[in-house]
Design a protein around this ligand. Structure first.
Ligand code: BG6
Length: 533
């Protein structure tokens, strides 16, 4: 495919005129990272800040205040730790010393025990020092909770009680205060509701940014552009033309030291409640009137609310769970789930699940959405594949029907971000005269982001951080949205927790999942795609 237009140089360029309001950089602010010495801060947040600086997207007054428990840390040790994190990060292609010299003096550290209200006074004092040079209306504060969910509640309460994070009445009030919460947002519908209740008791919805990092991925945002900036897809984007949709989020990694967390979560909480349901909502939603946060989120919520509820009667025939056993991934022998560190040898947490869901509305009635996700699968690939119906009548001879693949539009989220559409063509040659059958073969029409735009797409956290700094909430989950997603998933988790299988289905690490997942969709005469990576 040829290079279509000028390359997108910043993550927000594609949205120009909406969130940025024509501005070329974020609002001045201080980003306070609570849990600044943790994994998330080192692996994702600092690299994202570094990239934003590299693209001149943060304000000249931008500062970072890291908060951590370790009393032995200070500005210097924090800066050294962050330099190391950037040098080791996969997301920073080349560590640029000059850029680091610009970023380094903006990094600060204060030690505090976040469970103690008294310690917030020190954070407040440090903030005032950092903000002293800015006019009052520019003393914006972005609090990022890079801490385990078990401590969200006391921290949110202390932020509010200490007065360092005031509630604002409207979105336009200045200076602004924004609170960023990472997933998992609750571990059930009830806990998510409690968390929302607690958060919204102290902060307004417009101050609250719930992260689902999948929404920051370039191709995930492209689903909306592909659907609504092109007129050819909309007329066929419905039950009349679409046979089914397959959504896959396959990973090759295993526990990577997260056994303890995963034993609590399992694949359904970890991937389905958030990332997979987000992909489904974007694929199935109606066009919003405007590309603004609440209009988009309203449409997504409607989809989530239209998903047919899973019940104890329907779960056994619509859902499959499994665990990986030892196997070979990328040429390397790896242990099974139950042999991973911090995992119980008789654990029943699924590491793979496959689901058949239906969206009971006018557009999608009767169209199955097959969702699957798992650890230690054959390839790392996330994609949405929309399979169209077969032609109603074929006049090319009976043999051709068995050979033909239905048209499939694949939106590849990662890796090799892009879009492909397959269709049938005639194989060149005159054999038709002899056999009275035209030979038909499938071909793919491919669009590849890197080829077309010649640059690596922006990492999700870069996009999301910039959005928070400009107050653009489209890519964040609203309270009702997160609860609507839990409503879909809760019955399944409850059922599986209450009905342990006599024998947990398994799949070998490095395969495409258990046989049971194939059977789930073969009943409908469908096969899982083997995604091309
Ligand atoms: C996270 C999950 O939300 O998403 C992880 O907790 C998972 O278990 C990760 O590995 C996948 O994200 P990505 O961006 O690597 O596909």
């Amino acid at each position: 495919m040829t290079h279509p237009t000028k390359p997108v140089v910043s993550p927000r360029a594609a949205y120009d005129g909406h969130g940025t309001g024509g501005r070329d950089r974020a609002d001045p602010c201080t980003m306070i990272i609570l849990g600044a010495l943790g994994d998330l801060s080192r692996r994702k947040l600092l690299p994202a800040i570094y990239q934003l600086m590299n693209e001149h997207l943060v304000d000249e007054q931008f500062q970072v205040l890291g908060v951590g428990r370790d009393g032995a840390q200070n500005d210097d040790t924090f800066r050294a730790a962050m330099a190391k994190a950037l040098e080791e990060s996969d997301e920073v292609t080349k560590f640029d010393e000059a850029l680091w010299q610009e970023l380094c003096p903006r990094l600060h550290f204060v030690s505090a025990d976040l469970s103690k209200l008294d310690d917030y006074a020190a954070i407040g004092r440090r903030l005032e020092e950092l903000e002293a040079k800015r006019p009052a209306e520019e003393r914006n504060r972005l609090f990022y909770l890079a801490v385990p969910p078990s401590v969200f509640e006391p921290i949110v309460c202390n932020l509010s009680k200490s007065g360092i994070a005031p509630r604002t009445r409207t979105m336009d009030e200045r200076p602004w205060t924004r609170i960023v919460v990472e997933k998992p947002f609750g571990r059930s519908l009830a806990t998510a509701q409690e968390l929302n209740h607690m958060l919204l008791g102290m902060f307004a919805e417009h101050q609250t940014y719930r992260i689902d990092h999948y929404l920051g991925k370039e191709t995930v945002q492209n689903v909306l552009v592909l659907r609504f900036a092109n007129s050819i897809f909309e007329p066929i984007w419905n039950r009349q033309w679409i046979h089914h949709v397959q959504i896959t989020a396959a990973e090759t990694v295993g526990m990577e030291g997260r056994g303890k967390y995963y034993e609590e979560a399992g694949v359904v909480r970890d991937m389905f409640q958030n990332h997979l349901l987000q992909l489904l909502s974007l694929t199935a939603m109606e066009p919003p009137a405007q590309m603004v946060a609440n209009a988009v989120r309203d449409e997504k919520v409607k989809v989530l609310r239209s998903i047919r509820w899973l019940t104890p009667e329907t779960i056994p025939s619509n859902a499959v769970r499994a665990q990986y056993t030892g196997g070979v991934v990328n040429g390397r022998s790896v242990p099974g789930y139950r042999e991973e560190p911090d995992v119980s040898p008789d654990s029943i947490r699924p590491t793979f699940a496959a689901l058949r869901l239906f969206v009971d509305n006018w557009r999608w009635n009767g169209v199955p959405f097959y969702l699957r996700s798992g650890k230690r699968l054959a390839e790392r690939v996330s994609e949405i594949a929309v399979q169209f119906r077969s032609p109603p009548h074929l006049m090319f001879g009976h043999e051709t029907r068995a050979e033909m693949r239905p048209n499939t539009l694949v939106m590849r989220v990662q890796p090799n971000e892009g879009v492909s559409l397959n269709f049938e063509v005639k194989v060149p040659g005159a054999a038709v005269a002899l056999t009275s059958a035209i030979e038909i073969a499938p071909v793919d029409m491919e669009f590849d982001y890197a080829q077309a735009f010649g640059e690596v797409t922006a990492p999700a956290y870069e996009t999301l951080l910039l959005d928070i700094m400009i107050g653009e909430a489209t890519l964040f989950t609203r309270s009702d949205e997160v609860e609507a997603a839990w409503r879909v998933i809760d019955p399944l988790i409850q059922y599986w927790e209450e009905h342990q299988p006599k024998r947990m289905p398994t799949y070998a690490a490095g395969s495409w999942g258990p046989r049971e997942a194939d059977e789930l969709i073969e009943e409908d005469g469908v096969e899982w795609r083997e995604p091309k990576v």
